[in-house]
Design a protein around this ligand. Structure first.
Ligand code: HAM
Length: 413
């Protein structure tokens, strides 16, 4: 037996999967986002330029191939969408788009963490106002709490300021880490030198405890950044979006500036973030796409969202399966007629299947039952002769002989 690749999943029943996707699509279209599709294969260089060489994703998690590893399976959606914006010379901004697509990261698989997963990337390219950030967050919050009626989740919010703000903050943070270096874990000591803001992502309780009393980026913002941070919070409050200020939220990708946010739920366990995003004002130029376009976006982890929805499936208006009619030929000599009858019934909008395998009528009826059929349409030699069929209601176990031309009318009655 050849099994699936580690960290991938089969989705056998797509009821919840499709429902979730359709609700997201309808919601985002209501907020005037257009759906796009970009390739799953991208040049590796795209992520080296966008995410940064010092991120876990680029350092350890890329699925690359080619003689010089020049092509890869994409690890996230934003970079492709920004590349598509630049490459297709999109002029109309803000470009409000979303994309549902698989992403690939070579991570250690566990609940909610896969090597192949799906993201809904929601991007607003070419819009510098912080009010756009508030509106995007409101849009996403309305999806989770309004459409999906999720209750047990939190929105974590932080503000990373401008590159200048971060440069100043890094110096303050470096001094703080130097003073406390005896208490830092090995990873934090490394990050102190290579990608200092990422120390805040540390999983060690001791380090996290120390960072609670450490410097906070929002206390080292320039005047303009301070005003934007205050405005963002005020707008979210006016839009009735609850948030937690989380000074240690820095996000694992290097393209962010100013607003960053994450939606997380304790119901997910260790991999609690089911949506993350923020502002990325320099990404177009970073990937060589020309003039900068101030932008903001978010990625919804589709599998993690489904894990949350799975837990409250009963409360969702999942689509009901259509009523099924199964046409059963009693003997092989009625197979052709069974196909013709099925063709007429299905053409009239009834979900229809045919049981034409050479088994007994008893086992065919049992199978129809297992298939959840509401109707069995049985055709034997007599029915063939008389142009009739036995129509059995599988729910009430009542049956009658009806003319083949009357079948659809009877089923629909
Ligand atoms: P990210 O935080 O790396 O951000 O991923 C977004 C979401 O994808 C996460 O919150 C999580 O729910 C889901 N996710 C990430 N890795 C995995 C995994 N291995 N298995 C299952 N789910 C996963 C981004 O990728 C950014 N592109 C988001 C963004 C869009 N920022 C601005 N625009």
């Amino acid at each position: 037996m050849i099994n699936k690749v580690k960290g991938t999943q089969d989705f056998i029943d797509l009821t919840l999967f499709n429902y979730t996707l359709e609700q997201i699509r309808a919601h985002l279209q209501k907020y005037n986002f257009n759906e796009i599709v970009t390739p799953i294969l991208e040049p590796t260089q795209l992520y080296i330029h966008s995410l940064g060489t010092n991120t876990d994703v680029v350092k350890k998690e890329m699925y690359t191939y080619g003689e010089n590893n020049e092509t890869c399976l994409r690890p996230e959606g934003t970079s492709s969408m920004v590349r598509a914006f630049a490459e297709n010379n999109i002029e109309m901004t803000p470009w409000k788009v979303f994309e549902f697509a698989p992403c690939f990261r070579y991570e250690r698989p566990q609940k909610g963490r896969y090597r192949e997963f799906r993201q809904v990337s929601i991007e607003i390219i070419g819009s510098p106002s912080v009010a756009q950030d508030a509106w995007l967050i409101k849009t996403i919050d309305a999806l989770f709490s309004g459409v999906f009626k999720l209750e047990n989740f939190a929105l974590h919010l932080n503000f990373l300021g401008t590159p200048e703000d971060r440069k100043n903050f890094r110096t303050v943070l470096y001094d703080f880490l130097e003073k406390n270096s005896a208490h830092l874990c090995k990873t934090c000591l490394e990050r102190k030198e290579s990608n200092i803001m990422r120390v805040f992502d540390c999983k060690e309780a001791g380090c996290q405890e120390m960072y609670k009393n450490g410097p906070k980026i929002t206390e080292y913002l320039c005047k303009e950044s301070q005003a934007e941070w205050a405005e963002l919070k005020k707008q979210l409050e006016l839009l009735s979006v609850s948030y937690n200020e989380t000074p240690t939220l820095v996000r694992g990708l290097d393209y962010y500036n100013k607003t960053v946010f994450e939606f997380s739920s304790p119901d997910l366990g260790a991999q609690s973030a089911f949506c993350g995003g923020g502002r990325y004002d320099f990404l177009v130029s970073q990937i060589g796409g020309g003039a900068d376009q101030a932008s903001v976006g978010a990625g919804v982890g589709f599998e993690r969202l489904m894990l949350l929805l799975e837990q409250k499936k009963d409360q969702l208006a999942l689509p009901q399966k259509q009523e099924l009619a199964v046409v059963i030929a009693l003997e092989p000599s009625q197979n052709t007629l069974a196909l013709l009858v099925a063709d007429t019934v299905v053409k009239n909008g009834v979900c229809t299947d045919v049981l034409i395998d050479d088994t007994s009528i008893k086992s065919k009826m049992r199978k129809a039952n297992k298939m959840g059929a509401k109707w069995a349409i049985v055709i034997g030699p007599d029915e063939q002769q008389n142009r009739t069929a036995v129509l059995k209601n599988m729910v009430t176990s009542t049956q009658e002989t009806v003319a083949q031309t009357e079948l659809v009318k009877k089923i629909k009655a």
